[in-house]
Design a protein around this ligand. Sequence first.
Ligand code: GTP
Ligand code: MG
Ligand code: ZN
Length: 363
Amino acid sequence: MLTNHLSEGKPSLGWHAFFEHQLKSIAADGNMTLARVVEAQREAFLVDDGRSERWCTLSGRLRHELLRPIDLPAVGDFVLVRATPGADTGQITRTLARRGAFMRKAPETGALQIVAANIDVAFVVSALNTDHNLRRIERYLAMVWESGAMPVVLLTKSDLCADLERSIARVEAIAPGVTVLAASAVNQTGVEDVRHRIRPGMTAVLLGSSGSGKSTLVNALLGRNAQAVQQVSAHMDKGRHTTTARKLLHVPGAGMIIDTPGMKELQLTEADAGVSQTFNDIEQLAAACRFSDCNHQSEPGCAIRVALEEGRLDRDRYKSYQKLQRESAYEARREDTNLARLEKERWKKIHTANKRRPPKWMR
Ligand SMILES: Nc1nc2c(ncn2[C@@H]2O[C@H](COP(=O)(O)OP(=O)(O)OP(=O)(O)O)[C@@H](O)[C@H]2O)c(=O)[nH]1
Ligand SMILES: [Mg+2]
Ligand SMILES: [Zn+2]
C-alpha cells in the first residue's frame, strides 16, 4: 500500500500533478509512504511525509542501483519511504523523477551533484557592496534557466549601497525579463517582496557567493534564527562557508526555501539552453546576421558587429556570452565522456562479479 499525506499536508510540501502521474507506474511492494527530502547528508536523509519527519538511509537495493552521484536523493526530492516498524527511522526505496534540478561539480571529484531538486523559484543573491559582479549574475541566471526554475535577482545589503536605483538598473540591463529585487536585513526592507515571490506550495532556493547574506535573509523571512550567519569578523575569510548543509525550511505565510552554502566557483552544467535565455538579446541580434552560421568575425552583413560598433551591444556582455558558450560546449563534451566512462565501469563491475570464483565449499 502506498500512503500519501503530502497533498493534505499543512503547510503544503509542494506535491504536484507531475509526481502524481508517476505513481501510476509504481507498484508498491509492502507499505510505502511518500515523503520529501528536507535535508541530505552523505548517508542519511531527513524526510517529511506531511505528518512527521524521520531520518532515513538508502535501501540496499536502491544503493545497488545507483549509478551516478546525481541519482542520490537530494534536498527537495520526492521519495518512497519504508518506515522501520516501531522506530522513527526508515529506508528510501525510490526517488521520483525530478521536475528540474540544480547541479554543480563537486570541487573534490568533479562529479556532478544535485544542489537542490524540484525548485520553482531561484533567487540569485548578490550583495550590493563588495560582491556586486554582473558577470557572475549572468552565470547564475544561465544556470537557473536551465534548471527549470524561475529566476529572481535579489540584491542584498541595500543599506550599504549609495545609489540603489543605478545598481538595480545595471542589473536589469543584463537580465532582460527577470525581476530584480533589493533587500536589507539591517533596515528590514525588501523582505516582504521576497516572501511574496514564494507562494504557498512553491519551493525556492537561494544561490550566491559566500557572505552575500543568504542565511541572514532566511532568518528574516522565518522570523527566527534558524540558520547560522557569518560573524562580522569572519567577513574577510573568503574560503569558509558558514552554511554547510542544505535544508528545506517553511516560510511563514509562504512556501518553502532552501538555503545553500555559497558556491565559490560556479561550475556550469548543461547550461546551453540557459545561456540562450540569459542572452536572448544577443541571440536575437545574431538571427539578423546575413549568414545563419555567422561567426561574427569578418563575415559581411554581421548584425552583432554592427551592434558592437554602434554601441547598442555592450562589449563586456558579448565577451561573457562567448565565454559561457565555449564553456557549455566544453561541458557537453565532458559529460558525454563521463557517462561513457561510468557505463564502462558498471560493466566491468558486473563482469568481475561474474568471474568471482565460488566459495571453497562449493568447489
Ligand atoms: N549591512 C548588511 N550586512 C548584512 C546584510 N545581510 C547580511 N549581512 C552580513 O553579511 C555577512 C554574511 O551573511 P550570511 O547570511 O552569513 O551570508 P551567507 O550568504 O549565508 O554566507 P554562506 O553561508 O557562507 O554562503 C554577515 O556578517 C551578515 O551580518 C544586510 O542586509 N546589510
Ligand atoms: Mg549561509
Ligand atoms: Zn554575425
